[in-house]
Design a protein around this ligand. Structure first.
Ligand code: IPM
Ligand code: MG
Length: 414
């Protein structure tokens, strides 16, 4: 046999082997996903908080600035839920074992003990957790956030963004357990030259997020829902998401439905003439990740935005931003803005049935962060500390004229 043809043969064999290995890997992923579809089909009921005693709220401090801002949000919640905690209706619990050092030592995105502790809670308030990436000093583990969302089946990532002075009142419903994320750490290097990742959308997964978005709109008298995809290019998965959105929309005839591609939507969010017309926006995981950071910027930055991760059995509330390790290194952690965690606490309170307390905290946050601004957080020593800001929020929240002051600011369109 001639030399070149032998080398071609060897190359082909190793190539075939590489393809076989990748196919086997892909086959396993498909089996897992089909099992997940069956679990979604079986479904489970929504937890009824009225019937729970106690409602257990778990706290995860997080990494970097996490412990600083979580502590302030917890103080506010303790104040608001004082009576319920005294009567035993609400119980607070610390969840240990989730710092990046602990996850790295366990070589697990979610160490088993921490996961079991999370599963004993009903809702969780979570500070930002560091997500390792290639080249970091940590093992390149899966994101603990992504893992938690998947393990607790927190399929809806709800992210409100409000700028009253500009008429912006958006609520993003980001799909949280599928899309480009669910197999984000299960891609395959087929050969040293060929890397492949996978994106997943299921009928059940798309339907449940779209339905939740429409239900929210209906309950709140909102008359427009917009879906965002890139279905013109990512035809199969985004195509399915869009198809499901169109089909669910037919069940809500009083709500107008439209769909946008993610690139033009990113542009429309900065279009001051058109952007206030958007209300509820439902979208697959990665597009939701990107657009919600963009949207939060109009409200005063990611430090001001909270986020709810909702599933039928569990729910987890968090900031939309990361752990900002640089602030800690620079000795500025005490100047980090706790508003994101307090906005997350508003959503937590509403979720567990304390709507009136949630509204009070929300009004106080609007007044302190957007209208009155007696104290301003800059993230540096020229601004207020998180602790001072939380005191300011609590004082505002407990003032007897809270609601009328809030109304007056809104009326002025400040
Ligand atoms: C978010 C964050 C996370 C995400 C990261 C930390 C994995 O950016 O909650 O938006 O991409 O979902
Ligand atoms: Mg993000």
């Amino acid at each position: 046999m001639r030399r070149e043809s032998r080398s071609v043969m060897i190359k082909t064999m190793t190539q075939n082997e590489a393809i076989e290995r990748a196919k086997e890997h892909f086959g396993k992923l498909l089996e897992e996903q089909l099992a997940r579809v069956e679990r979604m089909k079986a479904g489970e009921d929504w937890l009824n908080f009225d019937q729970l005693h106690p409602i257990i709220v778990g706290f995860v401090d997080g990494d970097g600035i996490g412990p600083y801002i979580t502590k302030e949000a917890r103080r506010v919640l303790e104040r608001l839920l004082k009576e319920e905690m005294a009567s035993g209706k609400v119980e607070f619990r610390d969840i240990a074992g989730l710092t990046i050092e602990e996850r790295a030592a366990a070589l697990k995105a979610l160490p088993q003990d921490a996961l079991s502790a999370l599963r004993k809670c009903h809702v969780i308030l979570k500070g930002p957790l560091t997500t390792p990436k290639k080249g970091d000093p940590w093992p390149n583990l899966e994101s603990a956030n992504v893992s938690m969302r998947r393990e607790l089946d927190l399929f809806a990532n709800v992210r409100p963004v409000k700028v009253p002075s500009e008429g912006i009142d958006w609520v993003f419903y980001r799909e949280n357990t599928e899309g480009a994320y669910i197999l984000g750490s299960k891609g395959v290097n087929v050969t040293p030259d060929l890397a492949v990742d996978f994106k997943v959308i299921t009928t059940q997964g798309a339907e449940r997020i779209v339905r939740l978005a429409f239900e929210f709109a209906r309950k709140n008298g909102i008359l427009r829902v917009s879906a965002v995809t890139k279905a013109n290019v990512i035809k199969t998965t985004d195509g399915k998401f869009l198809e499901m959105a169109r089909s669910v929309a037919k069940e809500y005839p009083e709500i107008s439905f439209d769909d946008w591609f993610v690139d033009i939507m990113a542009a429309k969010l900065v279009d001051t003439k058109r952007r206030k017309d958007f209300r509820v926006i439902v979208l697959p995981n990665l597009y939701g990740d990107i657009l919600t950071d963009e949207a939060a910027e109009f409200q005063g930055g990611v430090g001001t935005a909270g986020s709810a991760n909702i599933g039928k059995r569990y729910a987890m509330f968090e900031a939309i931003h990361g752990s900002a390790p640089r602030m800690v290194v620079d000795g500025r952690a005490q100047f980090a803005d706790p508003s994101s965690m307090m906005r997350a606490s508003v959503m937590l309170l509403r979720h567990i049935g304390f709507g009136e307390k949630a509204a009070r905290l929300e009004m106080a946050l609007d007044i302190c962060g957007q209208f009155e601004k007696k104290l301003v957080i800059t993230g540096r020593a020229d601004g207020a500390t998180g602790q001072q800001f939380a005191d300011y929020v609590m004082e505002t929240m407990n003032a007897p004229d809270l609601s009328s002051r809030h109304q007056a600011y809104l009326g002025k369109g400040i």
